[in-house]
Every structure is written in C-alpha cells, then in structure tokens.
Design a protein around this ligand. Structure first.
Ligand code: ADP
Ligand code: ZN
Ligand code: ZN
Length: 731
C-alpha cells in the first residue's frame, strides 16, 4: 500500500487558513480536485490545493480524506493562481475564494462528470425522400438541411438553437431511419457568421489600431458616447478571437434588458455562446460553465461571476459598461470583477477590453497615466447624436405622481409622434413613506434603521434592506387615527399614474420586482422591441446599455437627492446615470430628447450636465478627487463589523485598530473610526466601520501585510462578525 501523504485543502469557510488531510495516492490526485473531508463531526467538500511533505500539525491528528469527488480537477492551475491572487489582494479567506471560482452546483458534493454528448448525423437519404420531407414536414426538412452542411453532426444544444421544438422532428427522422446518433466528446461548435453592418470610419480606425495589440496583455478602454457602436466593435473582436481558435468572456452588468444583445450575439455567432446570470438555475449555470470549459462554446456572456469561467484557450475578456457598480460584489467575497478581469488577463498574457460612455474615474486616471490604451468614439453611426440633457425646473410646480405638467406634456408630444418614452425613477414600490399626520408616526422596519416602502402589488409594507414584510395597518398604531397617508413616489405609483393619464398606451414597468418573473419581463421587452408607442418606467435597470431605437424621450425623476449626498462617489454616479439614461434616447431614425426634473437647476453639477460633455465633467471631478485625496488618488480599505450589540461591533474594530497601530507604517495612513455605520442597524444587527485611507497603495499594503496575520486570528461568531473590504466603493 502506498504511504499516505499530506495535502492542503481549501474549504469554504470564513477562516483565513487551509486544512491538512492525508491522501492515499498523491499521484492520482491533482490540485483542483474536490474531496469529501471529515470536518468537526460532519463532512464537507474541499478542493485540493497542493501536496506537502510534512504536516504543520501533530501528524496523529491529521485525518485521511473520505472520498475523491472528481475524476479530474475541476479547477485548473491558472484558476487556482487567480484564486490565490484574489484572496491575497482583497484579503479574503482563500477557501471562500476557491469556491467562488466554481459554479454553485459544484460547491457541494454533486459529482462533476464530463459527459459525452449525443451527436446526430444524416443517414443515407435519397433525393426523393428529401423532396417528400420538403413538402410534408418543413421542420424535419430544415434539420436535414442543416445537417447536410455539417457532416460532423450536431448536438442537442445546437439542434435546439436551430429549432426549439427539435426533439419531435428528430425523433420522427430517427424512426424513419434517416438520422443516426452516437456518443461523442463534445466538439467545438463552428461559429456561424451572420451579416454585420459596414463599420463606420471611427469604428474601422479603432479596430485597425486595436487588432495588432491583441496578441498580448493590454487594457483597452473604448470611451465612446452612448450608441456610438462599441458593441459592434466587441462583436468584431470576438469574431477575430474565435477565428484564431480562442475563447472570449463577455461581461455585462445586468442581463435583464439585454435580451436584444443576446439576439444580436445569436445572429452573429449562431449557437456558439453560453449565457450565465443569476436568473438561471444552478444546473443551467453549471452546464454553461462546463460547455465553455470544454470548448464547446466559444463565448461566455454573463454577469460578474461569469468572469470565473474556466478556459484553456481564453483569448479576450470584454467588460462592457465598466463603470457600473454591479461589478463590485458587496457581500460574501468582496472583489471588483473589472479589476480581477484585468489581473486575469495579465496572468494569461491576453488583452482586456473595457467599454463605457461614462468611464469610471479610476479608468480615466489609468488612461491619463498611460497604463490603459484609450480609443474614442464621438459619433453615432445612426442618424442623430445623443440628445443634450435639458433641465425641467420644478421649484414652483405641482407634481402629479412625481411628474410636472411640462414633463407630462412632453410625454404626450412624443407618444403623439409615434415615439417610445422612458421614465427613470430609481425607487421601486408604490410610496417610500407611510405616516400618520396626527402624531407623526412613520412605518419603520423593526430590524433596520430604515423606512418601510408601501408596495401596492403585494398589499404590504416592505423593507428594502432585509425583506421584512408587514400588512398595511388600518389605523395608526400610536394614536389610532384612521387616516394614514403615503408620501413620495415609487415606480408602481408612477406606472399607475401614467397608465391612467395615457389610457390606451402600454406602460411597462421594469424593476427588480418585475425582473424576478422572467416571463413578465419578456412580455414587456417584446412590446418595446415592437416599436409601437409605449412608456417604459423603471429603476437603474433601465439605464444600462440597452438599445431600443424607438425611444425618443428620456425623463429622469428625483435626481436631486444625489446632489447633497455625503458620499464622495455621488457626483460621479449621478453624472453617469444622467448621461446613460439620456443616451437611451434617439438611437434610431428619429431625433431624441432627454430631460431631468430638478428643484436645483442652479446647482453647479446640473449646470455642468446641461453644458458640458461627460469627459469634461469627469476631468473636473478627477481634479476634485485629487485635491481631497479620494480614490483614484488614494486607496481605501474598510473593516466592518456587525453584532448583536453596537458595543461589540465597535470593540472588535477597536481590537483590529490596535493591531494596525503596531505596524511600522501606520503613521503614514489615515485611520478613521471605529464608528457606527451610516445605517447602524440592519437585519437586526448593529454595524460599525473602521476606514483606512492612504495616498500610496504601497503603504497600505505594508500595513495590511504586517497586521493581517494577527487580525485574521480574531474569530467571527454569531454574536459579532467582521469583514474587510479592499478598494471599498464608498466610505
Ligand atoms: P454602443 O454599444 O456604443 O451603445 P451599439 O453597438 O449598440 O452602440 O450601436 C448603436 C446602434 O447603432 C445599434 O442599433 C447598432 O446596430 C447600430 N450600429 C452600430 N454600428 C453600426 C454601423 N457600423 N453601421 C450601422 N449601424 C451601426
Ligand atoms: Zn398617529
Ligand atoms: Zn429591514
């Protein structure tokens, strides 16, 4: 019997350590393979990281593994190094990071079997038989026709792309003996090539510049106004990578409204792509991951976590709308998908292409430092430039369901001319405030420092932070007054108001409540695509990257709050939103308009948006950040704690601060806190924070390198828990 050897394993726990076990035959087990492991009276799944000669703990206490789960590693060496880098840079527990790189289906004990797939080929067929099919069974004929040009055969996946009801037709053909199938190892799909528009001069010039740089690592920022044809450039780059036998990861912030992007990719590349986002089941995501990993599909199109798709031939990563905050993961493992994408590309020596009409200040600063290549697109290939934003001064206006008479008149005009209208309001539900006018009572969440939002469709009050739900009280719980009033406007109320006002015109609401039902969303998108007049109402979901050419008016409501926000990011976010929302308008053959309602038309930021380009405003914002020493001119690390009592949270952070203070470079960083977080109570826990800022990353890193081993030893518990957030988005 072979001598047992030691190996180290990653286990998904919020602990800064790896775990040692013995394995029987180390030759059989490669890094990246999953095992069942005995762990504190139960079993857990772990990923083998490395073999080691000796154990750091008492050899008598090292247990043997229970069972190997995978015939071959599920994570390759590159993914493991990426995980190590991520854990190290973002100071996250390695065990959790390694499991983040796996599709959730493989995070437990589900077996991973590299399945072979059925592949159908044409049998012998006479010309007469074919002719009969053409006349009698067009579906079967279509399939035979497709197989004729694909002697290597087609898989179920490919047949489904051809015809969603392929199964019955294939069965019928099999019964007639006209089709045969056999098991094959999954074969790469030949990307079909649909028609592409002729490139504009701008697009062609950029591609000519970019193409020769694709054989090595580089960060390329497509800084192009809304609708300038960035997506078209991505599609060309994808084609060239596929032709070179490589694979591409294409990240988008949200898949919700990008249905038409999928359509575009399908037209261009046939079935040769996979999609992955949170709307899919674990099994669907696992299959997408597996097909991409095996090279069966050339493109992985998806949200943040698709970045961790494994590939042996990755040739390009695209991050569309790179400024979008949804690339940050804010719970569990904290990381920024754009920044990890850049690291991954660097490790592989491949290019990464970022695109945005409103690039983040971080990326613009990187261009200024010449770390990124920058390409500008200043024109739309379609007829009209993006509309200039106009201000609707509503200081003296009476608002009806959030809209001024002038805004409503504009909506009417555009609908009358046959256009579609988009109304942006970043607040879901019916009304954000429910209160009693006699005693001042407000509906508050019992678990959070937050108001409850009235949701009429649910007939309840709902907390947007913890999901707590309660019935709408019939009378004030404090003074029994029966007249409880609601204030403010959410998307539900806006939808209702507009539907009543513009009877006969479809009003389509799109927010998280609707997106939860894929079917409701699909129906609405269908109407939008149809191009007939309608009103689209929605939250930030409708501000992102979509291309509906019939929209001719964009209206922004309730933007003023951001003018007075305490967050240093607020101005950047507001300007990005305003340019993005207005950029949804006038993308077709009719000129667009865009307006924002405001009570502060004189505010410098509103004036700036009115008169200047995003680039000019961004340059100003960058100067401001430099003056005040905020990112990207400084780096921020945030320690957070949450506990049953506020004191416990503050004490844990004080303990962390004490450890930081012992480091050599502590004097060179700013350390603020511990102090209670802005929303101190959330989901029944009290939250506090400790913020570190330094102009030089080197110093911050030195402090963390020195202090983290000790900090990592502070145990988390159900009573008090802490986390660290490197490059925290906000203070
Ligand atoms: P962006 O990604 O910059 O928002 P898109 O690539 O979506 O821009 O292009 C905006 C619109 O212009 C789309 O409807 C697209 O089909 C069209 N378009 C893009 N490039 C061209 C081109 N070279 N010729 C004609 N139409 C184009
Ligand atoms: Zn009352
Ligand atoms: Zn709550």
């Amino acid at each position: 019997m072979p001598r047992p050897r030691y190996a180290r394993f990653a286990i998904p726990l919020p602990l800064y350590r790896v775990f040692e076990y013995t394995v029987d035959d180390p030759r059989e087990s490669a890094a990246g393979t999953r095992y069942r492991l005995p762990f504190a009276n139960r079993t857990r799944t772990g990923v083998l990281l490395e073999h080691c000669e000796s154990s750091e703990i008492d050899p008598a206490r090292v247990k043997p593994v229970l069972q190997r789960l995978d015939p071959e590693p599920v994570l390759d060496a590159h993914m493991l190094s990426l995980a190590r880098w991520l854990a190290d840079y973002y100071r996250q527990p390695l065990g959790e990071v390694v499991f983040l790189c796996l599709p959730s289906r493989l995070r437990g004990a589900q077996p991973h079997v590299t399945t072979r797939v059925k592949c159908w080929r044409l049998g012998d067929m006479t010309a007469e038989q074919l002719e009969t099919l053409r006349r009698r069974s067009p579906r079967q004929f279509e399939i035979c026709n497709a197989l004729e040009s694909r002697p290597s055969g087609m898989t179920a996946h490919e047949l489904k792309q051809l015809n969603p009801n392929w199964h019955a037709a294939v069965k019928a053909l099999e019964d007639k003996g006209l089709l045969r199938w056999q098991w094959v190892d999954a074969a790469p799909q030949a990307p079909s090539s649909g028609p592409a528009p002729r490139l504009s001069d701008e697009q062609a010039a950029i591609l000519a510049e970019l193409e020769p740089r694709l054989d090595r690592f580089g960060v390329h920022l497509l800084d192009g106004i809304t609708g300038s044809g960035k997506t078209e450039i991505y599609l060309r780059l994808i084609r060239s990578r596929l032709e070179a036998g490589q694979q591409v990861i294409y990240l988008v912030p949200e898949i919700g409204l990008t249905g038409q992007l999928l359509e575009r990719v399908r037209q261009r590349f046939g079935g040769g792509f996979e999609v992955s986002h949170s709307g899919l089941t674990d099994l669907q995501r696992y299959r997408a991951w597996d097909r991409f990993r095996r090279g069966e599909a050339g493109i992985m199109l998806g949200t943040r976590s698709s970045l961790f798709s494994q590939s042996e031939r990755l040739g390009l990563i695209i991050v569309d709308e790179e400024h979008d905050p949804s690339y940050r993961q804010e719970d569990g493992v904290r990381y920024h998908a754009r920044d990890v994408a850049i690291k991954r590309a660097q490790m592989l020596g491949i290019p990464v292409v970022l695109g945005s009409a409103t690039p983040s200040l971080e990326s613009l600063q990187n261009c200024a430092r010449d770390t990124y290549f920058r390409y500008r697109l200043d024109r739309r290939p379609t007829r009209f430039p993006p509309p200039r934003l106009q201000l609707l001064d509503v200081r003296d206006s009476r608002l009806e369901f959030g809209m001024s008479a002038r805004a409503l008149a504009l909506v009417e005009t555009h609908l009358g001319r046959g256009g579609q209208v988009l109304v942006y309001l970043n607040r879901r539900g019916y009304a954000p405030v429910v209160m009693c006018h006699d005693c001042g009572w407000q509906a508050l969440c019992r678990h959070c420092d937050a108001r409850l939002t009235l949701h009429q469709s649910l007939n309840s009050l709902l907390c947007h932070h913890c999901g707590y739900r309660q019935a709408i009280p019939g009378a004030c719980p404090e003074c029994a007054n029966r007249e409880i009033r609601q204030h403010g406007v959410g998307t539900e109320r806006l939808e209702q108001g507009l539907a009543a006002r513009f009877a006969g015109t479809p009003v389509l609401r799109i927010d998280r409540d609707v997106a939860a039902s894929g079917e409701a969303l699909d129906r609405r998108l269908q109407t939008l695509r149809g191009g007939t007049p309608c009103i689209l109402v929605g939250t930030q979901m409708i501000a992102k990257g979509h291309d509906y050419p019939a929209i001719t008016l964009a209206v922004v409501l309730e933007a003023d709050q951001a003018l007075f926000s305490a967050s240093y990011r607020a101005s950047e976010r507001l300007v990005q939103t305003l340019f993005q929302v207005s950029g949804r308008s006038g993308r077709g053959d009719r000129e667009g308009e865009a307006v924002v309602q405001t009570r502060f038309p004189e505010h410098p930021l509103m004036q700036a948006v009115l008169r200047r380009s995003y680039r000019e405003i961004a340059a100003d914002l960058l100067r401001e950040r430099e003056t005040y020493g905020f990112p990207p001119f400084a780096r921020v690390v945030m320690f957070r704690a949450d506990a049953v009592e506020l004191d416990e949270a503050l004490q844990t952070l004080a303990q962390i601060r004490a450890l930081l203070e012992t480091t050599a470079e502590f004097g060179a960083i700013d350390c603020i806190g511990p102090m209670p977080a802005l929303m101190t109570r959330r989901i029944s826990r009290y939250r506090a924070q400790l913020c570190l800022i330094a102009r030089q990353y080197r110093v911050l890193r030195a402090v963390l390198d020195e202090a983290m081993p000790a900090i990592a030893g502070i145990p988390g518990s159900a009573r008090v828990n802490w986390t660290v957030d490197v490059d925290a988005y906000d203070l």
